[in-house]
Write a protein that binds this ligand. Structure first.
Ligand code: 13P
Ligand code: SF4
Length: 364
């Protein structure tokens, strides 16, 4: 082991130079390292991933990986999940610690505990409510779900997870993304008036006792800053011009956008659906720009036209922080025997979070 290399020495490296150094470091590390890449990663990083996928696919991959080092090109909660699901001798690494998720930051343990306690003033909360956290959340919230009979969901299994939750208790507290909760609940037949929004910081979340008693799903007031940019009028305008278009959106988009879409699904579902379409089809896609740009390039030679839903640039700016410079930096440090940017969830918290994740993974 030598002294750790400093990120400052990589900051001004050209992308091309980084590419070559990443390839060389990968060759030296062999199967001691696995690189996982989320679909929103920029191309210069995405091309180095051994496995790509949505949150569910990548968490399964992290759980089954044998590599000593799991380098997660994604955001913080994804690397936490990799650490929780991997074996103790494996180490999860996030190339830039500032790659967070603004939605995950919208719910924190103190406010969720406060919510739980206030719900307890109105209901027999432990018997009546299952806490369900979207995987886009901090590890301590997954641990909260583990301790209270709850579970984790992703955008690709949210309906199955809600069904699991309703088999056990009559209500669900769903955090942090109100849109995924509402869109999924509605598709399962729950009317909008039986889904209420809990506003953290307000007494009883801004709800009356009667509203809480009547609700089937209590939705945390959180959202994704990227997906909230897609609006129903973007779909209307595009359909006026191209009436034959099909629309596909991520369930983090608002209710009106999902209602107007032909297909709603995770990043993996979006890719599979568009890839399976006939030549001559046209798609309007409501999810992050890097994914859509790559899909557009891929489908062009196949005669499938892919358009981005918003006139604005909607990029996940935190995911974007993982750049070739940071990837080269973590890999070259590993070659030298130095682990930088390790993500480590304290064991007590990891154990409870694992319970909630295992309940999800057991559902298949
Ligand atoms: P997926 O699980 O669909 O990839 O979604 C992750 C995410 O953060 C979308 O914003
Ligand atoms: Fe989080 Fe939104 Fe980025 Fe997904 S797109 S990681 S929800 S900020």
């Amino acid at each position: 082991m030598t002294a750790a290399l400093a990120i400052e020495d990589y900051a001004f490296l050209e992308d091309d130079a980084c590419q070559a150094r990443i390839v060389t470091a990968r060759e030296k590390l062999g199967d001691r390292v696995v690189i996982l890449g989320h679909h929103y990663q920029r191309d210069e990083v995405f091309r180095h991933a051994d496995y790509t996928g949505d949150s569910l696919k990548l968490s399964r991959q992290a759980a089954r990986s044998k590599a000593e080092y799991i380098v997660f090109c994604g955001v913080h909660f994804m690397a936490e999940v990799a650490d929780i699901l991997s074996r103790p001798e494996q180490q999860a690494i996030l190339p830039d610690l500032a790659a967070g998720c603004s939605m995950a930051d919208m719910a924190d343990l103190a406010r969720v505990q406060q919510c739980w306690q206030e719900l307890g003033q109105v209901l027999d909360v432990e018997r009546a409510v299952t806490p369900v956290t979207y995987i886009n959340s901090t590890a301590d919230l997954k641990a909260f779900c583990g301790r209270h009979g709850g579970i984790v969901c992703t955008s690709s299994n949210a309906a199955a997870i809600l069904a699991w939750a309703f088999e056990r208790r009559e209500k669900v507290l769903f955090f942090p993304d109100q849109h995924l909760g509402r869109n999924t609940g509605y598709r399962m037949g729950i009317p909008l008036e039986e889904m209420v929004v809990w506003q953290p910081g307000k007494p009883l979340g801004g709800l009356s006792e009667a509203q809480i008693r009547r609700a089937r799903i209590i939705l945390w007031q959180g959202h994704c800053s990227v997906h909230q940019m897609f609006r129903p009028e973007h779909i209307d305008r595009f359909r006026e011009k191209y009436p034959d278009t099909r629309v596909i959106a991520h369930p983090e988009c608002c209710f009106e956008v999902c209602q107007k879409s032909d297909v709603v699904g995770s990043t993996e579902t979006i890719l599979k659906t568009v890839r399976a379409s006939e030549p001559g089809s046209r798609w309007l896609v409501g999810t992050e720009l890097n994914l859509v740009n790559r899909l557009r390039q891929e489908m062009k030679p196949k005669g499938v036209d892919v358009h981005f839903m918003s006139p604005m640039v909607c990029m996940c700016s935190t995911m974007f922080r993982i750049d070739p410079q940071h990837l080269a930096w973590v890999l070259e440090n590993l070659v030298d025997g130095n682990v930088v940017n390790r993500i480590r969830v304290p064991e007590e918290e990891a154990g409870a979070a694992r319970l909630a994740l295992d309940r999800m993974l057991a559902l298949g």
